[in-house]
Design a protein around this ligand. Structure first.
Ligand code: AMP
Ligand code: MG
Length: 406
């Protein structure tokens, strides 16, 4: 008998049954993109470490420029030049200015920088300033970016390009991250042949191994592929025994529905326990969640589109759970271009293609049976029709969840 869960219940089971368990490791900043922080990152120093000019110009005391104009420039004595990469130790005296390049240090006593465009060198050691600079103009002060102790990135953050920039600025050359999860992938089915092989009548190519590998790698996991396993319980049993030694998560696909050849459930039961069998969703109902040695073993549906949605909706959150990752998934409102029916008591997930016209997003739904994986190619996201809803008419706004994850 299937013990069917709703999608929300599945997410709750993931949290209940699996705790963060991936150990910490230090990686160099150059290898940190896409890794999950296992500790919050606090600034250890001031960024910038000194007051800096944001323009090429002259460091001044703002008060010395008050009231100046094109007609009546303020005339200040040029008292030296700050060079890039060197400190500005000599305080700026009243009625004086110092030349400073963009990014250069601003001397003590100066509280503004006047852009070169509003100045004139008279050639006698004085500079004419034709525009008043209010205090703080064209400079950033020491610590404006961050000061020591400020939390810049939270634990669980999956590092993006922008984050790498911030870590570099703070001098964090080694980053504390969670070990990457190792995900084992097994495809089951007598009809499956490897991608590079021409299928004979009745055979199909193994889509799931390649697709799931891509999804898992995109999510930051390391993948071990165990290839195609024939529909024989002892072979599957053996493959799972090998995979459970090497992997943190095991994904089996195919053989998850209730049928004589569907050995996945029995094999998981023999080596551990089945947490539930069946999710009230379409596509994707025949899904098994199990636990062996405390590790998740997931029996995904064989239909590639169903396997895709189940993996996206539940395996990604599961991976995130194991590393304590904060999941960031975004939805956008979009106008549905065609009516989509649903009436089967299960949450229905429909892939869509997004286009933008005059500032409005339109979602064109994918039609087709769950086996048609090529229909999914090129799609941008999906929307969900709840189990108690009979469909969504064309013209209605739906909330489209984007596939792209950080
Ligand atoms: P099953 O879950 O084993 O009953 O399979 C359901 C459907 O998905 C069948 O049509 C299978 O041929 C197909 N299928 C199973 N595994 C794969 C796979 N790895 N790649 C492509 N199609 C598959
Ligand atoms: Mg099968």
């Amino acid at each position: 008998m299937l013990s069917v869960k709703t999608p929300d219940e599945v997410l709750a089971v993931i949290v209940e049954e699996f705790a963060p368990r991936l150990e910490k490791e230090l990686v160099s900043l150059n290898a940190a993109l896409g890794r999950v922080l296992c500790e919050e990152i606090r600034a250890g120093e001031f960024v910038p470490g000194f007051d800096r000019s944001t323009v090429d110009g002259f460091a001044v005391r703002a008060a010395d420029t008050f009231g100046c104009s094109d007609a009546v420039p303020a005339i200040l004595t040029l008292d030296g030049e700050i060079r890039m990469g060197t400190p500005a130790d000599t305080p700026l005296r009243a009625e004086c200015c110092m030349a400073v390049p963009t990014g250069g240090a601003v001397p003590p006593g100066a509280d503004a920088v006047v852009m070169l465009e509003y100045t004139e060198r008279y050639g006698d050691g004085t500079i004419g300033i034709s525009k008043p600079a209010p205090p703080g103009a064209n400079l950033i002060f020491k610590g404006d970016d961050v000061s020591p102790g400020k939390v810049v990135l939270p634990a669980g953050r999956r590092l993006t390009v922008q984050d790498i920039g911030a870590l570099a600025a703070m001098g964090i050359a080694e980053v504390p991250v969670c070990r990457r999860p190792v995900v084992g992938i097994l495809s089951t089915g007598d009809e499956l042949v490897p991608v590079e092989q021409q299928p004979a009548q009745g055979q199909v190519r193994d889509v799931n191994s390649a697709m799931l590998r891509a999804l898992m790698e995109q999510a930051g996991a390391q993948v071990k592929s165990y290839g195609i396993i024939r529909d024989q319980e002892d072979l599957l049993d053996q493959a799972l025994k090998t995979a459970r030694k090497d992997c943190d998560v095991i994904l089996l696909s195919g053989g998850s529905s209730v049928g004589t050849k569907d050995a996945t459930c029995r094999v998981i039961e023999a080596q551990g326990k089945v947490l539930f069998h069946g999710i009230a969703m379409k596509p994707g109902k025949p899904t098994i969640f199990g636990k062996v040695d405390g590790k998740p073993v997931i029996g995904l549906p064989g239909h590639p589109v169903a396997a895709f949605f189940v993996a996206h909706l539940f395996v990604l959150p599961l991976l995130a759970r194991l590393s304590g990752q904060i999941i960031r998934r975004f939805s956008v409102p979009a106008v549905l271009t065609e009516t989509v029916g649903a009436n089967h008591g299960r949450a229905q997930y429909t892939g869509v293609f997004l286009t933008e016209r005059d500032g409005t997003l339109y979602a064109r739904p994918i039609h087709g049976k769950s086996g048609l994986i090529t229909a999914l190619a090129g799609s941008d996201g999906y929307f969900c029709i709840p189990r108690d809803c009979e469909g969504v008419p064309a013209g209605e706004t739906v909330s489209v969840t984007l596939y792209s994850v950080d």
